[in-house]
Design a protein around this ligand. Structure first.
Ligand code: NAD
Ligand code: MG
Length: 399
């Protein structure tokens, strides 16, 4: 079921919403917290999770008094327990505790963990049947079929948080889905939009994470620099909307004001515009199907003056093509693409490989690993492990 076909009654307006924030200490989590703080009468925070940032998680838990605070890395348990000893907040740690936190009954879960590490807990939240606002796009790239099957089974509403997909969700006319000609995903082009390949050879992690428009976590910032982020988003869009992948285009738009477009058969194009601030799409999901106030700076179109658009350069940014081919090849290939990319990005951030090696390694791993079709989470885990191990071997061998 496409996200545009969901029942519009899943979230009832007018009462305080209980929310879980998975990845509360990250960039998406922090933006979500900011909106909750601005609207104290609208939300009760039931669950907060983090990977290792125990001090930050404890401060948030002290402020919002959730039912449970979970640190995924078990080594953080004792410290979190002691920091929250006088609060009555339940403290838990580890992978199983994270999944249990996902099962907590709430009205909406914000899935803001980065990478495949967020898949199991996101599926747990989906199974619990309430709405899930999905930032963690890797869940769909890893196991989109399984995620959507789980949503259909539990009657879960999936709300896209990624700015492009949230934009499309806002302007997609479900009743006219048959008259959608194409989706146009806009892309900032990242920090290396105007760089030659020769310049990119020496690009450093610091340069790659310095995004011109958006303030994001390190992994997605590198994905934006390679434009793999747009490749992952292409796959994300193909799962979320009833549009053939060939009818999903990428358009570079350096100002990041037009967040994506839907083109209809009559020649109309509908777009959503907004400042490059994730609090806008997050607010849309938090309040959906209503709207809520946000403190974001309003767009001043006259001050911006002009908006630019250009086609992406497939030679300098091969990642988009890799993602498109992987999607065409089947759901095992996108899982392999994701695993190889996660390991390659981490290796780049640790100065083990160069910037251009990221897409090269992803391509090589896609050739070497047999991308079997995925029909279960066990299938996914086996393939994910294999692709990670292959990428690590290639990184170590320097090839
Ligand atoms: P981030 O690195 O800033 O935050 C990630 C969060 O997940 C942190 O709270 C961290 O503690 C937690 N986490 C990390 N590894 C974990 C693990 N192994 N187990 C459990 N928790 C773990 O990342 P981000 O920029 O907030 O991105 C989160 C997700 O949202 C990504 O999938 C990203 O692609 C997507 N997204 C982000 C933005 C953005 O503006 N930041 C925009 C669109 C989509
Ligand atoms: Mg995006």
């Amino acid at each position: 079921m496409a996200v545009t076909e969901v029942s519009q009654t899943a979230l009832v307006s007018g009462h305080r919403r209980r929310i879980s924030i998975l990845g509360a200490t990250g960039s998406i989590g922090t933006s979500t917290i900011d909106l909750v703080r601005e609207n104290p009468d609208s939300f009760d925070v039931s669950v907060l999770t983090a990977n290792r940032s125990v001090g930050e998680l404890a401060n948030l838990a002290r402020e919002f008094r959730p039912d449970v605070a979970v640190v995924a890395d078990e080594r953080g348990y004792a410290e979190l327990k002691s920091l929250l000893a006088d609060t009555g907040v339940e403290v838990a740690a580890g992978a199983d505790a994270l999944i249990q936190a996902g099962q907590q009954a709430v009205d909406l879960t914000v899935a803001g963990i980065v990478g495949a590490a967020g898949l199991d807990v996101t599926i747990a939240a989906i199974r619990q049947g309430s709405a899930v606002a999905l930032a963690n796009k890797e869940c769909l790239v890893c196991a989109g079929d399984l995620v959507l099957e789980e949503c259909a089974r539990a009657g879960t509403t999936l709300l896209p948080l990624d700015s492009e997909h949230n934009a499309i969700f806002q302007v997609f006319e479900t009743e006219n889905a048959g008259d959608v000609e194409k989706l146009i995903l806009t892309a900032s082009g990242g920090p290396f939009r105007t760089w030659s390949r020769e310049q990119m050879v020496a690009a450093t992690p610091e340069q790659a994470v310095a995004h011109p428009n958006w303030d994001m976590g390190r992994k997605i910032s590198v994905d934006s620099a390679t434009m793999m982020n747009k490749g992952l988003e292409l796959i994300e869009a193909a799962y979320l909307f009833p549009v053939a992948p060939d009818d999903i285009e990428v358009l570079v738009h350096p100002q990041s004001v037009v967040h994506s477009l839907v083109a209809y058969t009559d020649g109309s194009m509908l777009a959503q515009l907004g400042p490059p601030d994730m609090r806008v799409p997050i607010a849309h999901a938090l309040a959906w199907p209503a709207r809520m106030q946000t403190p974001v700076a309003r767009l001043d179109l006259a001050a911006i003056g002009s908006l630019d658009f250009e086609h992406p350069d497939d030679e300098r940014f091969p990642a988009i093509g890799l993602a498109r081919s992987a999607f065409d090849a089947g759901n095992g290939s996108t899982a392999v693409l994701n695993a190889a990319n996660e390991v390659a990005v981490e290796s780049f951030l640790n100065n083990l490989i160069g910037f251009l090696d990221i897409a090269r390694l992803v391509s090589e791993v896609l050739e070497r690993v047999e991308a079997r079709r995925i029909s279960s989470l066990d299938d996914f885990r086996a393939l994910d492990d294999e692709a990670r191990a292959m990428t690590e071997t290639l990184v170590k061998s320097g090839s």
